[in-house]
Design a protein around this ligand. Sequence first.
Ligand code: SAM
Ligand code: SF4
Ligand code: SF4
Length: 335
Amino acid sequence: MSVTDTLGRPMRDLRVSVTDRCNFRCVYCMPKEVFGQDYAFLARDRLLSFEEIARLARVFVALGAEKIRLTGGEPLVRRDVEQLVAMLSRIEGLSDLTLTTNGALLAQKAQALKDAGLRRITVSLDSLDDAIFKAMNDADFPVAGVLAGIEAAERAGLTPIKLNMVVKRGMNEGSILEMARFFRGTGHILRFVEFMDVGHTNGWRMDDVVPAVEIVRAISSVFPLEPAQPNYRGEVARRYRYRDGAGEIGVIASVTQPFCGDCTRARLSADGRLFGCLFATQGRDLRDLMRAGATDEEIAAAIRRVWSVRDDRYSEVRSSETVGLPKVEMSYIGG
Ligand code: SAM
Ligand code: SF4
Ligand code: SF4
């Protein structure tokens, strides 16, 4: 039943955006000038219900998806999201169920998520310096709040915890070493993410990207690193091990070392559109299909049609022309 695209890539992972809303306004994702007071977020009746997400997820799993990641927007602002986790965790054939969060609500939610069947968690954190972190999240949220969330996730056993740090030139590259030092030896895996040109509101410029090689070199000059083998084909983070045994880091070099050839990710937006690429401009509406009474077989056929003609490899062909295209926002499509 599995399906491959025009470049021979199977559909292995499903990323589900459960809301386009967020309690942060990260400058590289939802800048306040665009996502302000009068920004029109999706109305409630346009969002997929938990039942609808679970139904679609079962169809995706039947088509070969093995992993599901909940994201957004901020998934923990969707009320009772742990009920969705519980529904998804009962799907047979799923080998991984995880979630990416900014951590702000994690201290209060970690145990409930674990109890509902979440396996692991990824927490985003861009600096340990309050002034820098607040300048990046633009919501006056302190570092201590995220650290409390990480500790709660550790206590709940949502481990190993991955930490995503988006590096933006001129904002937080000075935090790279401090972050590496802080998380070495904790068992958590810190991953440095190159600032990407997702959406069309974040004012992306190549000059703002700190290349992964520069990040690895900076850390390795203080804490020597060596490359480690990927855990599986299609792993987007390149792994490096501390030579002294204090664990590992990862770099997600989507700009300077694109990995489209191994990209096995399908994305479902909060209103039920299927996208084959983070940088796509259009998605296939599965919500209306479902609400019009389609059977699981008809939904599967629609997904198969989308995936079988998929030829996206945006990061490999990124150019001055593609950067300006009217892409959908990451908070909508799901990071
Ligand atoms: N709100 C959650 C969070 O921040 O973890 C989940 C959604 S967020 C869109 C998913 C991931 O995308 C986060 O780790 C975030 O830092 C990253 N991200 C957002 N905008 C980005 C950009 N322009 N370049 C690189 N990563 C970005
Ligand atoms: Fe919100 Fe995550 Fe985007 Fe930051 S990166 S604005 S926390 S969705
Ligand atoms: Fe996958 Fe598109 Fe990113 Fe390439 S640019 S890795 S195809 S999401």
